[in-house]
Design a binder for this molecule. Structure first.
Ligand code: NDP
Length: 608
């Protein structure tokens, strides 16, 4: 095919590009709303705070701490675990992880809804497999195995001894006279730490939709990240939810979470009503158990790092010529786009023709996904409503082999709201388009706060050198070196992808690299007797300048149907232009950071 030939549907018929673009715009416009992120209810601290309670682990009382540690890490998810592990490997013993949940795991501690599993191949998604000697049991491991793996890392690296669970940090303050951070928590702790690292996670504050009447519902209700197995029966390991056979259930939301739990609810509930505002694109999952013989062959020394790099190279497009070791939905997506670009004769390749090829590849993929719906869902009107009309990366792509089938289960109904969302919630049910659906219980699969300020999501302020507040320093957008070091905030490290490799489909790769970097910096400081390490203003400014020399954000287009990828369709303002990564892509960043870290000089950091 040349660049001017039409892309085609799976049945070979040509796709009318302009008609499809028009359809995408119409569907987006239906969903645009002026309140953007404000349509959601904030749970923390308000009268809906009970939705945040931990249903999994009882809280135990303990005396407040006023001692001192070398490193405090805020957050006990993957970020804290991989950084903690690297610090321990570097010989740093006093590492205290402070975690609001009742155990390690972060996302995997909270999200125990039935059917939860990773969407990226376990071999790259689950960190430190080689170090802990674990073989994932499936290509896409289920949540209990991932949570157990978090505990395995915690035990293997001795991170439990100093950990504080069910503890929320309320404030961080730099004490320049002693060169320590004072860490205050909701348990009355006020301990000190020479270094503090923060890995609070991008999606950890559940949100509820601001639907009128939501507080009036008298049936049972919970958010998917606080699954109430006492009510539903069953367990996260897959035991059937045996208390729902006579129940009428509703679930609001059809994102990645709902896609995984709806099939289980469909099997268990007397009746299930799935309230949909925007359909997800649901591609093939094709999960399978791991063959131990195959694993023994691939798991030679250094295997996971090789796989991580191979995945990221393939997924970010620069490794198209390499063998695809991982072969999951993400690498497939990128490789298709690349293949389409390669069809353009070299002399005709320009940014414009390459973007056009990308769009064609996207049209074809989405037509395939829409055709899949017709192939599975028997009721034609339900099938029509389950089709996603937007480019694939406008919303989080989903992969599942049972979600669409769930709508063939007798008693399972899709209630499509034609982009408008649920109209009202009453004492007894949910209203859409004037019709009430009476329900015994209601599940909110409504996602998590994204795009709000760091300190709001963190739940505490960071007060650095000369009393500077992080929320003020970042008021016009994030500023850092490598997404880790912030000028004016000595001995602090931020663990997250922005301003580093940026968002890739395998965030644990970002986190593992950050963990290595932080361990190297802390080790260097301790070995040489330095008590303070801080990025210089010049180095931070130069890094920001480099970041801004790139093409900017690749996802989050205003042309997309609204969602958290594009700030709910609202202009994210000038701050967002700083939410970028290395201008030459993730692999360029990983190469840069490896050289920077191993040079032993840590250019841009000042050790005092
Ligand atoms: P999302 O934010 O993706 O989905 C929320 C859902 O609630 C959307 O379908 C949204 O509709 C819907 N909704 C919101 N308000 C209303 C309303 N008023 N009426 C009707 N529907 C409404 O949350 P998820 O928990 O599904 O996923 C969050 C993220 O977590 C994912 O994007 C993914 O990154 C991660 N995740 C990862 C998994 C994995 O790797 N295994 C599994 C699950 C989640 P609309 O689309 O119209 O806004």
């Amino acid at each position: 095919m040349t660049a001017t030939e039409s892309p085609t549907r799976p049945d070979g018929t040509p796709i009318d590009r302009e008609a499809l673009r028009r359809k995408y715009r119409e569907e987006r416009d239906k969903r645009l709303r002026p309140d953007g992120n404000d349509q959601y209810l904030r749970l923390a601290g308000g009268h809906l705070a009970h939705y945040l309670e931990d249903p999994y682990t009882p809280r135990t009382e303990r005396a407040p701490l006023t001692d001192h540690v070398t490193v405090a890490f805020i957050g006990g998810g993957f970020a804290g675990l991989v950084t903690g592990a690297r610090l321990k490997e570097a010989g740093i013993d006093e590492v205290r992880i402070v975690e609001k949940g009742g155990d390690f795991g972060g996302t995997w501690y909270w999200n125990r809804y039935p059917g939860a599993q990773c969407d990226t191949a376990s071999f790259v998604y689950m960190p430190l497999l080689e170090e802990t000697g674990h073989m994932p049991s499936e290509k896409y491991a289920h949540a209990p195995e991932i949570l157990e793996h978090c505990r395995r890392i915690g035990k293997h690296f001795g991170l439990y001894a100093d950990a504080l669970f069910h503890t929320e940090v309320t404030g961080l303050e730099w004490d320049a006279s002693r060169s320590v951070w004072i860490v205050r928590t909701d348990r009355g702790d006020a301990f000190t730490a020479r270094f503090v690292a923060m890995g609070i996670g991008p999606l950890h504050v559940p949100k509820l939709p601001g639907i009128p009447g939501i507080e009036s519902f008298r049936g049972h209700s919970f958010h998917t990240s606080r699954w109430d197995y006492d009510y539903t029966g069953g367990d996260p390991y897959g035991a059937p939810m045996d208390r729902l056979a006579d129940k009428r259930a509703g679930i609001i939301g059809t994102g990645a979470t709902a896609v995984q739990c709806v099939p289980h609810l469909a099997r268990a509930c007397g009746e299930l009503y799935v309230f949909q505002r925007t359909p997800s694109s649901v591609d093939v999952r094709d999960n399978r158990p791991t063959d131990p013989d195959w694993f023994a062959e691939i798991a030679t020394p250094g295997w996971q790092q090789r796989w991580l790099e191979n995945f990221t190279a393939n997924q970010t497009g620069i490794g198209a010529s390499q063998e695809d070791l991982v072969k999951d939905g993400w690498t497939d997506l990128s490789r298709r786009v690349n293949a389409k670009i390669m069809e353009i004769p070299p002399e005709e390749r320009s940014l414009e023709t390459m973007l056009a090829a990308y769009e064609d590849s996207d049209f074809e993929k989405m037509e395939e996904i829409r055709a899949r719906v017709d192939g599975i869902v028997k009721d034609t009107s339900t099938a029509r409503n389950l089709k996603a009309w937007y480019r694939q990366l406008c919303k989080r792509p989903c992969f599942h082999d049972e979600y669409l089938h769930a709508f063939n289960v007798p008693g399972t109904y899709l209630v499509d709201t034609d982009g408008k969302g649920v109209q009202r919630i009453t004492e007894t049910g949910v209203v859409v388009d004037g019709r009430e659906y009476p329900l015994d219980f209601l599940i909110y699969a409504s996602g998590f706060e994204v795009g709000t300020e760091f300190t709001r999501r963190a739940g505490y302020e960071v007060v650095g050198r000369d009393g500077e507040r992080l929320s003020d320093y970042w008021a016009d957008g994030m500023r850092s070196l490598h997404g880790i070091h912030v000028h004016g905030f000595p001995n602090v490290f931020v663990v997250q992808p922005t301003q580093g490799a940026n968002l890739i489909s395998n965030v644990p790769h970002n986190l593992t690299e950050s963990g290595r970097t932080i361990a190297a910096v802390v080790k260097h400081a301790l070995e040489r007797g330095h008590t303070v390490v801080e990025v210089t203003k010049e180095a931070e400014d130069a890094w920001i300048e480099l970041l801004l020399s790139g093409r900017g954000r690749m996802i989050g287009s205003p042309d997309c149907t609204p969602g958290y990828y594009n700030n709910e369709g609202q202009d994210p303002g000038p701050r967002a232009r700083l939410n970028v990564g290395h201008p030459h892509g993730a692999m360029a960043f990983f190469r840069h950071i490896d050289t920077w870290r191993t040079s032993g000089d840590f250019p841009g950091l000042e050790f005092r």
